[in-house]
Design a protein around this ligand. Structure first.
Ligand SMILES: Nc1ncnc2c1ncn2[C@@H]1O[C@H](COP(=O)(O)OP(=O)(O)OP(=O)(O)O)[C@@H](O)[C@H]1O
Length: 740
């Protein structure tokens, strides 16, 4: 406390004591002169007690008048004399004193920039303003006072230095504010983008804007508080480090440091934000870049980032090259490996083919009936994901799934000589049976019969789908053409005659399919002891000498065949059709004779009558079909059990097939199944039937070749029997005349 003031004021003055001590203006004049020497040129001695004051009231009021005039002159806060009286506004007095204090401190710190006191701010735009506002007397007093301690030159230098700092500080403050407002704008945008449902038209009305703004203002004030706390902590930390009093320039420096740090941090955050937003929302990026002063920082950061990216790119390129070379080495190794595998697999294939040949030879020796199974594809309109065929193996196995059964009963594996999946083509089927068919030219009897439920694809396999499309040609057409063409290639060595018969068994009647006059004559079946070796000698026997002949014949046969719709097939074959190719060959050099026959049988499909609900003619047909198929089953069972009696005569079908099933023929059964879940019962019974057929051993197949020796012996036998027949009565006569 000032020495003068101490004379007038008690140690802890009450408000009233304080007011009374200031009333005489003595203290105030002294304080002002201390702050600004010479501001109150004349100060009269003040009265110490109230009685003295009462004696010389003019003295006191003179001091007060001078003080207030000087204060007003300096454009500092002033008050009225009446405020000092009881009931006056003591706040104004306090404001005036705080103002003086602030003014004093500001002057002490160099009189630059902003100074403040007790909540009211007084801004001086330039330190020159104040001296301008001073009177000439005051300026003179100033020069002689504290400020005279600095030379004019030093004052100027300090002024420039401080004013630079102040302008830096001001621009940083502006930047910081811009930052804050940019952030404010970004939040506004973010709030709109996050809260708004972008799929729909988002209605932006006053209420929504209010909601956004209040949300953002909340964020904003939280940010301000946290920034304030951070700044406070930072300043305290920096300023505490100094033991001595802190100058204004230190304070400015510390604050600038903080703003620098924050700006860099902010710029980095904004850049990362800009990277995220770029492409999605250019507005956000633009708003980040718009802030003055930060463009350089951003550019610098982006540059650094680009450098990093370049480095990363170079490293990645090297990595990629490294991996590329690894991969090349790997690929070379794999190529090598694949070549090894190719060699191994080709030898494996060779071995497999050899094995297959040996296996076929064993089958031939045993006279086993070969079984091939073909799975019909799912037809348009049938459900694609419900096939009953779960798996088709390379080794002839097929896995059937029965969704009506549970557990292990729901799956059953069947094994045959071959299984063809639904994607196997007509050509692939023929290639697999071609060797068998070709053996007809060596004098063997071959029988291929297609078996399966109605609609399972028998006619498709045997006759084909469309004779005009080569890919869909069936076994019948391919076989005749093949035999005919091979016979042509061998014509220098063997003279072949190829003839064709085509019959059908419809309702237990044998009908000729190669008639062109529409006649439906019933034909009889004979065993092959007949002179011409034909089972149905009365059926048309048509020689073929060209592919066109074959095509014409098959067209006639297909036209004559009886078809009708069933529940499972629009064009169901209602009869068993048998196409027989007779081949008669004579070796030109040796004169040996071959007689081979090929029976290609397309059986009518079995049908569950309760399921198909057929009536009338269709019912009668179905009964005949099922009866003859059941007779075929009986024959198969008897053959499998090696029974002494085989019931061939129970149906026309078994009668015709007698030589193929029980003779020395090579027989192949083509089992057909449909993948439909609805047909699961028929599928399983068909496959079980095929398993039984596979177990039949017919004995080795024999070629019907008659060599020269046989022919000579046959001639001899003929001659001897002629002799025997001629000499027989003469011998009887001799025996009677000359009994022994
Ligand atoms: N492998 C296949 N590829 C394409 N479609 C096929 C195949 N097999 C059969 N089909 C088609 O299935 C349907 C029935 O075939 P198909 O007439 O040959 O049966 P099926 O066993 O002879 O019948 P049915 O005993 O009643 O005469 C036909 O529309 C046929 O075109």
């Amino acid at each position: 406390m000032d020495q003068v003031a101490m004379e007038f004021l008690p140690k802890d003055p009450s408000e009233e004591e304080f007011r009374r001590a200031l009333c005489n203006g003595f203290i105030l004049c002294n304080v002002l002169n201390k702050v600004n020497p010479g501001a109150v040129p004349k100060v009269v001695k003040a009265s110490m007690t109230s009685s003295e004051a009462a004696e010389s009231p003019n003295q006191d009021s003179e001091n007060m008048r001078n003080f207030l005039a000087a204060v007003k002159d300096k454009q500092l806060l002033a008050f009225e004399t009446s405020d000092m009286e009881k009931g006056g506004s003591i706040n104004k007095v306090v404001d005036c004193i705080l103002c003086l204090k602030g003014y004093h401190e500001w002057k002490k710190a160099g009189g630059v920039g902003v100074w403040r006191y007790g909540g009211t701010v007084k801004i001086t735009s330039s330190p020159n303003e104040l001296p301008n506002a001073l009177t000439a007397t005051e300026r003179a007093a100033d020069e002689s006072g504290e400020e005279l301690e600095l030379s004019k030159y030093e004052q100027l230098r300090e002024f420039i230095q401080l004013s630079n700092k102040a302008s830096i500080e001001e621009s940083k403050t502006t930047n910081a504010l811009t930052f804050l407002f940019d952030r404010f704008g970004l939040w506004l945008l973010q709030a709109y983008l996050t809260d708004g449902n972008m799929d729909e038209e988002f209605p932006l009305n006053a209420m929504v804007i209010d909601a956004f703004l209040s949300k953002i203002v909340n964020n904003f004030s939280t940010l301000l508080v946290s920034q304030g706390i951070k700044l406070g902590l930072f300043l305290k930390k920096i300023l505490k480090a100094d033991d001595g009093p802190v100058s204004k320039s230190d304070f400015i420096e510390a604050t600038s440091d903080y703003i620098d740090k924050r700006s860099n941090l902010q710029a980095a955050t904004d850049i990362s934000k800009a990277y995220i937003c770029i492409g999605n929302n250019e507005v956000v990026l633009n708003s980040v870049c718009r802030s003055p002063g930060r463009v350089e920082i951003l550019t610098d950061l982006i540059q650094r980032h680009i450098e990093d990216l370049k480095l990363f790119f170079r490293e990645t390129r090297l990595e990629v090259r490294k991996f590329h070379s690894y991969w090349e080495a790997d690929i070379k190794r794999l190529e090598h490996h694949v070549r090894d595998l190719e060699v191994a697999s080709s030898s494996y294939l060779k071995i497999l083919q050899e094995n297959q040949m040996l296996f076929n030879e064993v089958l031939d020796l045993k006279g086993k009936i070969r079984i091939y199974c073909r799975v019909r594809p799912i037809l348009p309109g049938e459900s694609k994901d419900q096939s009953t065929v779960d798996y088709v193996g390379e080794n002839g196995s097929i896995l059937i799934v029965n969704s009506l059964r549970k557990g292990k009963d729901s799956k059953k594996v069947f094994s045959f000589d071959r299984v063809f999946g639904p994607t196997v083509s007509q050509e692939q089927i023929y290639t697999n049976i071609q060797p068998l068919i070709r053996s007809v030219l060596d004098g063997y009897n071959v029988c291929i019969f297609a078996y399966g439920q109605t609609g399972s694809g028998k006619t498709y396999t045997m006759s084909g789908y469309d004779l005009n499309t080569k890919e869909t040609w069936g076994v019948n057409f391919r076989a005749i053409c093949d035999l005919f063409q091979i016979s042509k290639t061998r014509e220098d060595v063997i003279e072949y005659k190829v003839g064709v018969q085509m019959i059908e068994i419809y309702n237990e009647q044998v009908r000729d399919l190669l008639v062109i006059d529409g006649s439906t004559k019933r034909l009889d079946i004979y065993n092959n002891t007949q002179l011409n070796g034909l089972t149905v000698p009365d059926a048309s026997w048509v020689p073929v000498s060209s592919t066109q002949d074959v095509l014409d014949l098959i067209r006639i046969g297909q036209k004559n065949r009886i078809v009708g719709p069933t529940a499972f097939n629009e064009r169901s074959s209602r009869s068993h059709s048998i196409l027989t190719v007779h081949v008669h060959g004579k070796e030109l050099v040796s004169g040996s004779i071959f007689k081979g026959s090929l029976n290609l049988v397309d059986l009518a499909g079995s049908e569950r009558m309760d399921k198909s609900k057929v009536q009338g003619d269709r019912l009668k047909e179905a009964q005949y079909i099922n009866r003859s198929l059941s007779a075929l089953g009986d024959v198969i069972s008897a053959l499998a059990q090696k029974s002494t009696h085989i019931p061939y005569r129970n149906s026309k079908l078994t009668q015709i097939l007698q030589n193929s099933l029980g003779g020395h023929a090579k027989t192949l059964m083509l089992v057909h199944i449909s993948p439909e879940p609805d047909a699961i019962g028929e599928t399983i019974s068909t496959l079980k039937f095929a398993e039984r057929v596979a177990s039949i051993e017919l004995g080795a197949a024999r070629s019907n070749k008659e060599t020269d020796d046989i022919l000579e012996l046959k001639e001899e036998v003929k001659f001897l029997s002629f002799l025997f027949n001629g000499w027989h009565p003469f011998c009887l006569f001799l025996n009677a005349t000359y009994p022994c």
